[in-house]
Design a protein around this ligand. Structure first.
Ligand code: G3H
Ligand code: ZN
Length: 282
């Protein structure tokens, strides 16, 4: 089976993006894996620090390995990891990738912590990818009344800073701030800065990752992929679908969890399938 690095090359050649979906439990995992299997596309399972502490680091690692052993290209990302220590734990657990998130920190501090994680990964799990983030886009996959404080057009990542950050840290994947925001802004999501993505893609030669894609229109996301995005992260829209599905499942007298939880899985699958078709241009 191809590695995640090889699939990112494949995505570049095909001008598509790999779908990255966050899960917090085995139902979410099932929804993502089944959707990707039905479409025969690679997929990344994302677990942030809180998501993986709910699920269990070893447990999610095993769930993904079971799918890999069956031959399905399912990869595991330690999403938004705010400390070097927690990043090292994911590296020791041999995830496929880890995101060291220093985006809210000053440039120099972000570079230093990212560099430390890259070095640790190179020594302890050379095949593992490390993603760095530059430019704060808010944290948390939730409903928002307004754009998070500290996020504005002025804080979007410049091509110059992107190049400097990548050169200094040696990361394998890069997540810029390009009008994207974590969570769903109730009053309307800001637009993605497609020109900025193009400008960054021109000067950066590692895959670009679009975080916070919940709430952005299909047209915008497609434009972002055509501009050079090679991985797209979705969480909030999945959480909404899951909760709606479970509510439906719980509204009857049904007692079997595998029946009422199945409604949550079904609703999540609708979202994952639609996104995977979009990202993979199917
Ligand atoms: O890392 C996770 C994502 O960037 C999800 O963002 O909740 O806005 O879809 P989202
Ligand atoms: Zn994210």
């Amino acid at each position: 089976m191809k590695t995640l690095r090889e699939y990112l090359e494949w995505a570049k050649e095909k001008k598509v993006a790999i779908g990255h979906f966050n899960v917090s439990d085995s139902e979410g995992f099932k929804a993502v894996v089944e959707s990707a299997r039905e479409l025969s596309v690679p997929v990344v399972i994302g677990v942030s620090e809180k998501e993986r502490s709910f699920l269990g680091v070893a447990e999610i690692r095993v769930l993904v390995q079971v799918e890999k052993d069956k031959g399905q290209p399912v990869f595991l990302n330690a999403d938004h990891t705010y400390s070097v220590e927690a990043s090292k734990e994911a590296i020791d657990a041999k995830f496929d990738s880890v995101i060291i998130d220093g985006a809210e920190k000053p440039f120099f501090e972000n570079v230093m912590m990212t560099k430390e994680v890259v070095n640790y990964a190179r020594t302890n799990a050379p095949e593992m990818l490390v993603e760095g983030e530059l430019g704060f886009i808010g944290s948390g996959s939730m409903f928002r009344d307004e754009i998070p404080e500290g996020v504005s057009e002025d804080t979007q990542t410049t091509p110059e800073d992107a190049v400097k950050f990548i050169e200094e840290t040696g990361v394998d994947l890069f997540a810029p701030s390009v009008g994207n925001i974590h969570g769903l802004v109730r009053s309307g999501e800001p637009k993605l800065n497609i020109e900025r993505i193009k400008d960054i893609a021109k000067v950066v030669n590692i895959p670009l990752v679009l975080h916070g894609a919940s709430g952005n229109t299909d047209e915008e996301v497609l434009e972002a992929i055509n501009a050079g995005i090679r991985m797209v992260h979705i969480n909030t829209e999945l959480r909404i679908a899951y909760k709606e599905g479970i509510k439906k499942g719980m509204s009857s007298d049904e007692l079997a969890p595998y029946k009422f939880m199945a409604e949550g899985v079904a609703e999540m699958k609708k979202v994952v399938t639609a996104k995977l078709k979009l990202f993979n241009k199917l």
